[in-house]
Design a protein around this ligand. Structure first.
Ligand SMILES: NC(=O)c1ccc[n+]([C@@H]2O[C@H](COP(=O)([O-])OP(=O)(O)OC[C@H]3O[C@@H](n4cnc5c(N)ncnc54)[C@H](OP(=O)(O)O)[C@@H]3O)[C@@H](O)[C@H]2O)c1
Length: 321
């Protein structure tokens, strides 16, 4: 089968279209013929090997040669312990370890797969898993956003941010989206009440405070984020610099004890319940998986370059013929 492979961390130039062996499903896995796979921040991090947590699978070179985590496709073959799906079923989901999706076929365990809604395209389904579940956890499940609250999303124009802005509006919040200059109108079109251009303004220094900050790309000090929180406010970080993550890990408990502010790393386990929940909101038309561009499998390097250069508004999806 064809796949986009890489053997060293680097720019999209290290990615090559190659002929590789077909994977064989374990008993609890389904072999999926991939129809669409979407790009997340985790793919870009896995490509360049930064932040450092992106090298968990391999410190000096990638632990797995194929990136791509969120797939939608058709079950080609089901392992003998698979109960819910059989060959011919259309499914979608997130691959554990975030790898293997930029290929014609991939094996995925049953526990992270869901049935694709019949009236949803493979592209839209592939756009949902990682980004949609992060947003659902950050805004509704753990964030518990209430009507009238002030919510700020840092990195609002990317994969998870696009879902988070829409969800926060759905639950009645006043939403501020932070991203680059070229994405501000896009954020307004998603429903953001206020926008901040991160290239010109530091949201932690405006004097404004928020009930909830969901940060997909943290890189400031824990004290800067604390400054931007209202009393009883919550700061959730899902991704960003290792230095910031460590600070939150070490100082978060102390800040929680000594102030009324809640600062935590939001760990988002891959889970089918949340995936189905956010997909139902999409089916009901309350949330839209926003797809900026589609590229064929052979053009994954161009797609990742487009994302890396700061152009992508929402999701970029690879369609696999
Ligand atoms: N916690 C968990 O359990 C968990 C699970 C899965 C994934 N993750 C992590 O969650 C993160 C999800 O990110 P994503 O997929 O939404 O990423 P993404 O699609 O790359 O979006 C990130 C957005 O942030 C913007 N941005 C860049 N620098 C910024 C800055 N200084 N201030 C504000 N915005 C900035 C980017 O714009 P530009 O185009 O200008 O760069 C982009 O629009 C990843 O780090 C991933 O590893 C965490």
């Amino acid at each position: 089968m064809k796949a986009i492979v890489y053997h060293e961390y680097g720019s999209p130039d290290v990615l090559k279209l190659e002929e590789v062996d077909m994977p064989t499903p374990a008993d609890d896995e389904a072999l999926i013929k991939v129809h669409a796979v979407s790009i997340n921040g985790s793919d870009r991090e896995g490509l360049i090997g930064k932040p450092l947590y992106a090298r968990l699978g391999g410190l000096r070179k990638p632990g797995h040669p194929i990136l791509g985590s969120d797939i939608a496709g058709r079950v080609e073959k089901a392992g003998k312990n698979i109960r819910q799906f059989q060959s011919g079923d259309d499914v979608f989901g997130e691959i554990p370890g975030y790898h293997g999706g930029f290929a014609e076929y991939v094996c995925v365990p049953e526990r992270t797969l869901a049935r694709k809604p019949a009236n949803m395209s493979f592209e839209s389904a592939a756009a949902i898993p990682q980004a949609g579940v992060i947003a659902l956890q950050g805004i509704r499940e753990k964030g518990q956003v209430q009507p009238g609250q002030n919510v700020l999303i840092n990195g609002a124009g990317g994969s998870a941010g696009t879902f988070a802005v829409q969800l926060a509006k759905l639950y009645g919040a006043e939403v501020t989206g932070v991203d680059n200059t070229g994405k501000l109108d896009f954020l307004r079109s998603l429903g953001a009440d206020h926008v901040i251009d991160y290239t010109r303004e530091d949201f932690t220094r405006t004097g404004k405070q928020y009930d909830l900050i969901l940060d997909v790309i943290a890189h400031r000090s824990v004290f800067a984020y604390r400054r931007a929180l209202k009393p009883n406010g919550t700061y959730f970080v899902v991704g960003g610099s290792v230095a910031t993550l460590f600070q939150i890990l070490l100082l978060g408990p102390w800040i929680r004890r000594t102030t009324s502010k809640n600062m935590r790393i939001l760990v988002v386990p891959q889970n089918k319940k949340d995936l189905i929940s956010i997909t139902e909101l999409c089916e009901a038309g309350k949330i839209t998986p926003v797809i900026d561009r589609r590229y064929p499998l052979s053009e994954v390097p161009e797609a990742l370059r487009y994302v890396g250069e700061g152009h992508a508004k929402g999701k970029v999806v690879i369609t696999v013929e």
